[in-house]
Design a protein around this ligand. Sequence first.
Ligand SMILES: [Zn+2]
Length: 501
Amino acid sequence: MKYKIAGILACAVILFIALMPTPDSLDGSESPRVHQHLQAKAQQESGRDTAAECSHGDDVLCTHLPLVVIDISDDEIPGDPVHRSNGNVQGKYTVAEDGESTVRAEMRIMDSEGGNNHVNDEAAVSSLIDIRKRGNSSRHFDKKSYDIKLVTAEGENNPQEIMGMDSHHRWVLYGPYLDKTLLRNYMAYNIAGEIMDYAPNVRFCELVLDGEYRGLYLMTETITAGDDGSRLNISVNKKNQTFSGYILRLDRGSSNPLKNIDNFSSYTRRTRQILNIEYPGTSNLDRELAEGIRKDFSRFEKALYSYDFDDRDGYRKYIDAQSFADYFIINEFSCNYDAGMFSTYIYKEADGKLKMCVWDFNSAWDNYQEAAVSPYGFQMQNRLWYFMLTKDEDFVDLVIDRYRQLRKTYLSDDYIDNYIDETVEYLGDAIDRNYQVWGYTFGSDCDLLTPKDRNPGNYEEAIKQLKDFVHLRGRFMDENIESLRQYCAESRTKKFKEDSN
Ligand SMILES: [Zn+2]
């Protein structure tokens, strides 16, 4: 009998352990997210990193990071802002000689496992690309960022796995310039990738463009779907006018008017920004499909802005509230206040719920050019969809509980300090090489931020600024996160249903 009870107990314990939710792992063992610097460290520790001493001279470019070499021959890369004598022409960009927005080029990526990379090494990836400059304010910077599309000689999509990231044909080659730490996007995407279902994959690399060394870059997965290896599970059938999901972006709108949708929050003037369809892309989209997507998305917004928005038939039917809460927390924690207005991605997968996806932390943690961001306050509750979500007690509870939980893991001071230190250590002399080209930006005659005293004088200062702001922000949020309840507090105006009876 004793053994029987022990047996039942043992079974119960095993069952209990098996059914327990997997905790967020901090050692990376259960996480499919690849953090480049942690992966390299693990390889080193396991003895797989057998980087031999190079025998070449000091004049050869030699890096432990993947090396991207792009050759364009004689052409200029299009996408520069068009200037007139009286200033810039808003939203107009230079085009190639043939009138296209991109130019054809060759790209080779040297990425030897565990070893160093050089321009003349055998390439791990080699493809033709269509390339253009990208960004809004960042197009005016000396160090450019690029949109890259891998293509075949016939111009067909040519998806490739790059630096261990899932196969894709569209990439962003982002050059940190305003972000003197070089770390903001890398860290934010990777932490978001641990917390949320989906965040762009990202890897550090170095760039040689037409034979010229251009410094440290981040190869970044674009937020897109499709059948060429993208990680988002969305399918569209233009012929049958069916779709299992879509990706939308709130920003300044697309140059293709078909992609810009007149959704509920747009025609009711709740936002001045424009929501545009990112996926399906131009070749897979027509007027009927765009209209179907507009209607589908507006159902969510109508539910959100209705009197019974927090009922059973309200917004919850349409969204993954956890994803919206995580997006709120990550952007609020980093004071990334373009979120919810610009570069704001929202998507629907085959499971039918809308989710948010993070993008662009260049200006996060007090790195906006124009003025300092206060770490003492909250702003996300004023952003489009969050204006209503934060009127719901359940949603605010979710945000507060989740924040407290994340402060013990991925958003703790220790985790982030350590993350920064380990990444800086991993980047090593790539940081020096980058600032041999771009180091003049630390000079007092090149102040990118106003007022002047916000500009770090060197790399160490930039890192210290980032850490100090993270600590300050975390402490403020710890002490004040409960104040978000003011937006969902019961009030006479909120009790309209009872009053109207
Ligand atoms: Zn070498």
